[in-house]
Design a protein around this ligand. Sequence first.
Ligand code: SF4
Length: 504
Amino acid sequence: MIKVIEPDTDKVTKKAVKALMTEIHRDDSKDRNYVNMQVNPCKMCMPMGGAMALKGVKNAMTIIHGSQGCSTYIRRHMAAHYNEPVDIASSSLSEEGTVYGGSKNLKIGIRNLVNMYQPEVVGVLTTCLAETIGDDIERIVREVRETGEFDGIDIIPIPTPGYGGSQTEGYFDTIKALITYFAKNQVQIPGKLEKSEVPFINIILSDATCEDVREIKRMVELFGVKALFIPDISDALDAPFTNHYNKLSEEGISREELKKVIYAKATIELGDLVGANHSPALFLEETFGIKAYRLPLPIGINNTDCLVHALAEVFEKDMPTALEVERGRLMDGMIDAHKHSATGDIAVFGDMNLVMGISCLVLENGMRLKLAATGSMSKRFKEQLESKLDQYQQKAEILQDTDYEIIREVIQREGVNLMIGPSDGKFIWEKDHVDFIRVGFPVHDHVGAQRKNLMGYKGSLRFLDEITNHLLDQKHKGYRDRMYQTYYPKKESHKPIQADEAAR
Ligand code: SF4
């Protein structure tokens, strides 16, 4: 039960509020994963993932059907993380729209954005509010199309209720909606269902930085084959500086390419923790018979091997020599790091797929995984992580649907010396001075998060080096003081005595 704090009593001191919050937070169930209130949740909402996916589609514009705050929140996070201009429209639902339905707002919003941006694709994402009042966006979008005013523009309704999951489900659902929409339009053209002879593969990659996408593209190219990245944020959200400004990204997967998705030899979905009903790869397999490979994010040597083996199997090719060399270099780097890895007591938090990938790298390099935490809920996350922990004979706290209050508590209790996750962990870093590597989304207090490479053999090695260097810095920092205190324990400090102290 959530108790109500009377604000005018004045008896509610800061301490009492804290005690009350703890009581609400913990509940009696003794189940760490069960909370009925969250403080600073460890996730973003579904439309955030939807907006992210649409940013990787060429000439696409997003409109968020809900109150203005939802699109502001998403724009603010994306602009700060990518340091790129991020335009997202809002149907700007107010009291009237909330009570009588938001159809009018959404229709006007779509007309305005088409006039301003002239997009080829419009993704209409819903929010908590639009879903709660029960707005039927399928019908509203159908009515918009039937006016004939927007012929030639693909307007796609995508349900993404903020409370329906995390940004991960929103991301995968949006990809699935795009594929479904373009596949549906495609089958209406006679003769087009024939599988193409051109060998290419679909790659759906979650939680990747722009540099990660470029790296996986490079790995695929080493096989001498082609891939469609759905979506492709590599240049769209990390564009080079030019003298002209486009309101919409000219990079990303085009709608013509989205129509070709159903002719691929296979689909590799990297990030395999969402439920089957959210998986675009399984949808393509069930509907069009395109073989689905659902794999973990290629972070660490074992996970990257899974991707390379899948590519080799699909195209019936051997592992390219260049990749063999990179794999060997990663192994060499693992040997270099191993004498320092054992000093790592690591906490990983953020999106579940990324947490899983990083946890695998931590475990395979002999660090102690103390905490793996995500704001999402996934049976697969817990099962796969437990099995990995068993494999490496380790035990770690696994938290789902969690928040940064609980994460902080576990980090303090377990003596974690390195945190890895998005910028939301910075409050723990500030308050408790626990070392911190920022990865994932959002990273808004550092620059360059979109250019970090964590995936593939090369990315894993770079990331492992970064982790090891943090552990080495911890060892070197204060080393002389620690030695002095150990061998001359009676002295308070080895600092030279000041003149005024000596005089006393
Ligand atoms: S959680 Fe709901 S209200 Fe909040 S930003 Fe997301 S969609 Fe909007």
